[in-house]
Ligand binder design. Sequence first.
Ligand SMILES: [Zn+2]
Length: 217
Amino acid sequence: MSDGSRALREEIIATAIAMNAAGINRGTSGNVSARYRDASYDGFLITPSGLAYERTRAEDIAAVTLAGEASGPRAPSSEWRFHLDIYRSRADVHAIVHTHAPFATTLACMDRAIPAFHYMVAIAGGRNIRCAPYATYGTQALSDHAVEALRDRNACLLSHHGMIAVGPGLQRALAVAAEVETLAELYWRALQIGEPVLLSDAEMDVVLGKFAGYGRA
Ligand SMILES: [Zn+2]
């Protein structure tokens, strides 16, 4: 294991622990990955299947090539396929956080996208946060739906499942995931007292422009 690979593996574990500590995931239902390239490798590193993050060591992190070949002592997360397809289709993405965050997942169970009810929705890169149609976890169909829902976006919900946040690095992907969960909670609260009033496309475009100005990714 190279020093670069070890440092990234440790950052992945720290991100997974932080994801649970922030209350946006429980147990091992989520997963975290980061793109990894060196002279002899082109792929990504991902949390293994079914191992508590606190007990995960750097060598437990699975490696998957962009051809989809996994290596390491443990199997990669059962949801490695959508990580693979996101890295294949999005050169700008270097980290992915997938969680079953309670409020985001509640909306996803109602097949509800998050509309422009609050300006921070723009943190996901567009005027709304889409909800990808349901497909069985781990399948190519789910992966295809996720890639489509993430088109021009940094986050999406997964129907009857959870959410995905992506970014140029692990810190940013985790921050986007936390913000999406906050937005999901606010939207859920607003729905308790009626149908939230939405911002116009023009107002959202102003915010998107301001976010782009300080390195949205
Ligand atoms: Zn999941």
